[in-house]
Design a protein around this ligand. Structure first.
Ligand SMILES: Nc1ncnc2c1ncn2[C@@H]1O[C@H](COP(=O)(O)OP(=O)(O)OP(=O)(O)O)[C@@H](O)[C@H]1O
Length: 886
C-alpha cells in the first residue's frame, strides 16, 4: 500500500489515462512539466511521487464521467475548474481536468540538454501506483498542484470485501477469462507459461488494472476504468474488456487459419503436379519441354526485340523446336534465347524532368565536401538537360580507394532517376570479358556489359547509369585488348550497334550513361582517356574524415546494424582516435570498416540485453506494450542525455524497469576501442624510429592508394661499385636512382670525404638502395631528391631530420623539377605526423589546394637545386658545406 501525500504535483495527460500498474515512457519538454519533474523527481533525495491527471481537449466537449460507483461521491463528479493553464504548450485555453487521477513514481529518469538551445528535457518512465481524487487544484505556480485524497481501499476494507460472495464470484470469473487470454497469447507466440504465475501472486484488483492498461481502448473506456473505484465494478468492467480482447484474438486466429488452409491447398497442388510429372516421365510422355519452349516463346514476344533481332531469334527458336532435349546444342540454344529474351531491348526507366536543384541537394546530402567535384557533376547534368543528345564526355572519377567514387556515381543515377549498375573491370585482360565469346566456344557467355544488362531483376532497362569500375586495371595480352572494345562501348557513334560476340546481333548501348572510376589516370590507354573527362578526387584530411564519419558513416553504420543513437553513441573524440590511431588511408574505407566493427560489437551487447529483458519480464513486454509506446515529441534537436537510474528494489515490480535499461546508450570510449579494434595501429613516431641510421630518408610518393610516405634505405657493401635496387621498382624510378648515384659521385670532392674507407664507398663498393613495402609497385620520377639525400646521408654518415619528408624530380645537373599529386602527398605527410616538407619551388602554386588547417601545421621548404634540398634535410644544413667550414 502506497502512502499518498495530501498535496501532489500534477502532470496533465491529454486524452490519455495512466492506470495503476501500467508503465509509460514520456518526454517532458514544456517548461511546466520540466519544472515539475525537476522539483518533484530529479532533485529529491527520496523517491518522489507525481499525480497524473487526465485532461480533455476543449474541442472534444466536456467530460462525462461514467461509472455507477460514483454515486457516493457525486459531489466530486464534476469537472474541477482551474486557473488558465498551459498544457505542454499545446492548449492555451482552460483545460478540462478530470477529477480523478493516479499517483505515479519514476522507474527511470534521464535528463537531456538540447543543442544548441541549451533547453533541458526529461525522459521519464512512470509507473502508475494508486488512484486519488482531486479536492482542489492550484494552477498558479509554474506547474499545477493538487490537494488530494486517496481512493484505494484500506487493508481492512480489502480484507472485508475479500469475504464478499459477489467479489469472490467476480474474481473467479476475471481470473478465468484472464487465464484464457494468456493461454491464447502464449499459443500465438509459442512461449512458456511464466505469466500465469502472476495471476496467483498479484492481488486481483491490481491485475484488473494491469490487464486493461495493456489493451488499446478508447479514452472514454480508460476514464471509466479509472473511475471504477469500487473493486467489484472494476472487476466486472475488466472482465468485459479482457473478454472482448480475447474474442478479437480468436477472430484474428480464425482468419489466419483460413489463409493457412488456402496455403496448404496450393502446396497440395504442387505435390500433385510433381507426382503427375513423375508419372509422365515414367510413361515417356514428355510434353513438359514443349511447355517450356512455349513459355520461352511467350517471353521472347514480350521482350519487344527490334525486327532484325526478332527474325534472327525466330530462326534460332525454330531450330530449337526441331531438336530433342538430349541433343547436343539444345541447351546452349535455349540459354541463348533466354538471354535474348531477358535483355531490355525497349524498356527504359522513365526519366523525369531533371531538377538541377534537387540533384544538387541529393549530391550534397549524400556526400560531404567535394565542392568542385559536385559542381562539375551539376554542370554535366545541366548540359544533358539542355541538350540530351549531345555527345557528352564520359565522366571518370580518379582517386584513391574509399574517397566516394562509386557512391558519387550512384548518386548521379539517383539524381537522374535511373537504375545503377556497376561493372567491375579490375583484372580484365581478355577482350572477350567485354565483348563475350562466340557461341562456338563451349561454355561461352556474353561479355560483362551485356551480362550486367540482362539481369532483368536488377536492371531490366536499357538506359541505366553504368559504372565501369577500375577502368585503369584493364590490361592487354595475347587474348586481345579490352581497351579497344571499351573504346567502342564509349563511342556514341559506335555503341548504337554494340556487337557482343555471344549475342551476334547488335545491341543499342547509346541510352546508357557511362561513368568510369580509376585509381590513377596514368595507366589508362590514351585513346580511352581521350573519350573521358577526368575528375580527380583527392584524399581527405582528418578533419574532413571526421565530418564524413559523423554525418554519413555513423548514421549508416548504425542503421545497418539495427541500431540508432539511443543504443550507441560515438563521441567525436573517439572517432578522431579511430581516424588517427587505427587508419592511415586517403579515403574512408577502413574508417567505415572500423566503425562497423564497433557497431557489431555493440549490437551483440544490445541484443543480449534485450534477450535478458525479454526473459525477465515477458509478461510486461507482452501485456503492457501498447502503453509503453513512446510519447516523445519530435523536437528534432540534438539532445545530450544524462541518466540516473531510479531502480527500486523493495517492490515486486522492479522487474518491469528492466525493460528500460537500454534507454541509456552505450558510449564508445577508449577501452571499447581497444577491446574491439585492438591496440592502436599507428602513432606519429614511425619516421623518428626508422630514420635512426644514416642512409634512411623519408620521401613522399604517389601510389594507387593516394599520397604515401615512402622510406628509402641505402647501404654500401664490398663490391665493384655497382648499384642494386629493390622494392618492385619501375623503369623511371630505377633511372632516377642511377642519376642520383652519378650526381653524388660527381660531387665526391665537394663531399670532402675524409677516410679512405669512405672514398672507397664511392668506387670500390656496391650501393644497395631499397624501398620498403616491397609488395607495392613503385614508379615515377618524384623520388629523385629522396634518393640523392639518402646517398649523401649514407656517405657523409649523417642522419637526415626525422621530421622532414621530401618529393621532387632531379636532373643530372642537380636542378629540382616539379612533380604531381602535391595535395595528396602533403595530406599523407600530415597523416604521418611529419612537420617539415621539402618541395620543388615550382610546386608552390599547387599548395593552394591544400586545406589551410593542414598547411598551418607544416613547415614548407622550397628547393630550386639539389643543394637546397640537402640544406633543408640535415640538421645544421648541407653536410659537405658543414665539413668545408670545419
Ligand atoms: N565525401 C563523402 N561523404 C560521405 N560519404 C563518403 C564520402 N566519401 C566517401 N564516402 C563513403 O565512403 C565509402 C567508400 O566510398 P566508395 O565505395 O564510393 O569509394 P570508392 O572511391 O569508389 O572506392 P573504390 O575505388 O575502392 O571502389 C562509401 O560508403 C561512401 O559513401
Amino acid at each position: 500500500m502506497v502512502e499518498l501525500p495530501t498535496r501532489i504535483g500534477i502532470l496533465p495527460f491529454r486524452n490519455k489515462v495512466l492506470l495503476p500498474g501500467a508503465i509509460i515512457r514520456i518526454q517532458c519538454t514544456s517548461p511546466s512539466s520540466v519544472k515539475l519533474v525537476e522539483q518533484e523527481l530529479w532533485q529529491r533525495e527520496e523517491k518522489g511521487l507525481i499525480g497524473i491527471l487526465p485532461v480533455r481537449d476543449i474541442a472534444e466537449g466536456s467530460i462525462v464521467t461514467q461509472g455507477a460507483d460514483l454515486g457516493d461521491k457525486s459531489s466530486k463528479n464534476q469537472q474541477v475548474k482551474s486557473d488558465s493553464h498551459k498544457l505542454d504548450g499545446k492548449n492555451q485555453q482552460e483545460p478540462n481536468w478530470h477529477t480523478r487521477g493516479v499517483a505515479a513514481r519514476a522507474l527511470h529518469l534521464s535528463r537531456g540538454v538540447e543543442k544548441p538551445s541549451g533547453r533541458v528535457t526529461y525522459i521519464v518512465v512512470l509507473e502508475g501506483l494508486s488512484r486519488f481524487s482531486v479536492e482542489e487544484l492550484n494552477t498558479r505556480g509554474t506547474y499545477t498542484t493538487a490537494r488530494i485524497s486517496p481512493l484505494d481501499m484500506t487493508k481492512t476494507e480489502m480484507e472485508q470485501i475479500e469475504q464478499d460472495a459477489d467479489f469472490i464470484a467476480l474474481s473467479r470469473q476475471f481470473k478465468l477469462t484472464a487465464m484464457e487470454l494468456i493461454t491464447a497469447l502464449e499459443q500465438k507466440q509459442k512461449t512458456g507459461g511464466r505469466t500465469k504465475v502472476l495471476l496467483e501472486t498479484v492481488p486481483v484488483h491490481k491485475l484488473a488494472d494491469i490487464f486493461v492498461a495493456s489493451f488499446e481502448i478508447s479514452f472514454e473506456e480508460q476514464l471509466a476504468m479509472l473511475d471504477s473505484v469500487d473493486v467489484k465494478v472494476r472487476l466486472s468492467k475488466a472482465t468485459e474488456l479482457v473478454d472482448r480482447h480475447l474474442q478479437s484474438i480468436r477472430v484474428a486466429e480464425k482468419i489466419t487459419q483460413k489463409v493457412e488452409g488456402q496455403l496448404s491447398k496450393t502446396q497440395k497442388e504442387y505435390l500433385l503436379r510433381q507426382q503427375m510429372r513423375a508419372i509422365k516421365e515414367e510413361l515417356g510422355d514428355n510434353d513438359d519441354e514443349d511447355d517450356d519452349v512455349a513459355a520461352l516463346e511467350r517471353k521472347m514476344q514480350d521482350a519487344r526485340m527490334p525486327p532484325n533481332v526478332w527474325k534472327y531469334a525466330q530462326r534460332e527458336l525454330r531450330r530449337l523446336k526441331k531438336m530433342q532435349p538430349q541433343q547436343p546444342g539444345y541447351n546452349s540454344s535455349r540459354v541463348y534465347l533466354e538471354v535474348l529474351a531477358d535483355l531490355p531491348w525497349q524498356t527504359t526507366s522513365e526519366e523525369a524532368e531533371l531538377d538541377l536543384k534537387a540533384a544538387k541537394d541529393r549530391l550534397d546530402s549524400d556526400h560531404y565536401g567535394l565542392v568542385k567535384v559536385k559542381q562539375r557533376i551539376i554542370e554535366y547534368l545541366a548540359v544533358r538537360k539542355l541538350k540530351p543528345d549531345a555527345k557528352s564526355p564520359v565522366l571518370c572519377f580518379v582517386g584513391p580507394p574509399g574517397v566516394g567514387k562509386t557512391s558519387l556515381a550512384s548518386s548521379i543515377a539517383g539524381a537522374l532517376g535511373r537504375k545503377f549498375i556497376r561493372i567491375s573491370l579490375g583484372g580484365v585482360k581478355d577482350e572477350a570479358d567485354i565483348r563475350g565469346h562466340r557461341r562456338t566456344y563451349i561454355g561461352s557467355m556474353p561479355g560483362r556489359l551485356i551480362d550486367g544488362l540482362k539481369d532483368s531483376q536488377k536492371v531490366g532497362v536499357s538506359n541505366p547509369v553504368m559504372l565501369l569500375d577500375e577502368i585503369d586495371k584493364t590490361g592487354s595480352d595475347i587474348r586481345g585488348d579490352p581497351a579497344s572494345a571499351l573504346l567502342e562501348v564509349l563511342d556514341p557513334e559506335q555503341n548504337k550497334t554494340f556487337n557482343d560476340h555471344y549475342l551476334n546481333v547488335p545491341f543499342d548501348l547509346s541510352k546508357v550513361i557511362f561513368v568510369a572510376t580509376a585509381n590513377r589516370a596514368q595507366p589508362i590507354p590514351p585513346p580511352l582517356l581521350d573519350r573521358m573527362e577526368v575528375i580527380e578526387l583527392p584524399g581527405y584530411t582528418s578533419e574532413e574524415k571526421l565530418r564524413i564519419a559523423m554525418r554519413h558513416l555513423i548514421p549508416r553504420v548504425l542503421s545497418q546494424h539495427g541500431l540508432n543513437s539511443d543504443f550507441l553513441e560515438f563521441p567525436e573524440g573517439m572517432v578522431k582516435l579511430v581516424i588517427e590511431r587505427y587508419t592511415r588511408e586517403a579515403g574512408v574505407r577502413n574508417l567505415e570498416r572500423n566503425l562497423a566493427a564497433i557497431a557489431r560489437s555493440a549490437a551483440v551487447t544490445v541484443a543480449e540485453q534485450e534477450h535478458n529483458n525479454n526473459n525477465v519480464s515477458s509478461l510486461n513486454n507482452r501485456i503492457s506494450s501498447p502503453l509503453l509506446e513512446t510519447r516523445l515529441t519530435e523536437s528534432g534537436a540534438e539532445v545530450e542525455m544524462e541518466v540516473i537510474a531510479m531502480g527500486d528494489n523493495n517492490t515486486n515490480n522492479h522487474e518491469m524497469s528492466n525493460v528500460f535499461t537500454i534507454v541509456s546508450p552505450i558510449i564508445v570510449d577508449e577501452e571499447m576501442l581497444e577491446k574491439v579494434l585492438g591496440p592502436p595501429k599507428y602513432d606519429n613516431k614511425e619516421a623518428e624510429e626508422r630514420v635512426v641510421t644514416p642512409g634512411v630518408t623519408v620521401g613522399l610518393v604517389w601510389t594507387a592508394f593516394g599520397g604515401e610516405v615512402q622510406f628509402v634505405e641505402a647501404i654500401s657493401t664490398p663490391g665493384k661499385g655497382d648499384l642494386h635496387l629493390t622494392g618492385q621498382l619501375g623503369d623511371v624510378i630505377k633511372e632516377s636512382a642511377q642519376i642520383a648515384l652519378t650526381w653524388v659521385r660527381a660531387r665526391a670532392t665537394e663531399l670532402n670525404l675524409a677516410s679512405a674507407e669512405e672514398s672507397n664507398l664511392l668506387e670500390g663498393r656496391d650501393v644497395h638502395i631499397h624501398f620498403p613495402a616491397g609488395a607495392v609497385p613503385k614508379d615515377g620520377p618524384s623520388a629523385g631528391v629522396t634518393l640523392v639525400t639518402s646517398l649523401v646521408s649514407l656517405f657523409s654518415r649523417r642522419r637526415v631530420r626525422a621530421d622532414t619528408a621530401m618529393t621532387g624530380e632531379m636532373t643530372l645537373r642537380g636542378l629540382v623539377l616539379p612533380v604531381g599529386g602535391i595535395k595528396d602527398k602533403v595530406l599523407a605527410a600530415h597523416r604521418y605526423g611529419i612537420k617539415r616538407i621539402i618541395l620543388p619551388e615550382r610546386n608552390l602554386k599547387d599548395l593552394v589546394e591544400v586545406p589551410a588547417a593542414v598547411l598551418g601545421s607544416l613547415e614548407i621548404l622550397l628547393a630550386k637545386r639539389m643543394e637546397d634540398v640537402l640544406e633543408h634535410a640535415f640538421e645544421g644544413g648541407c653536410p659537405w658545406k658543414q665539413r668545408s667550414k670545419l
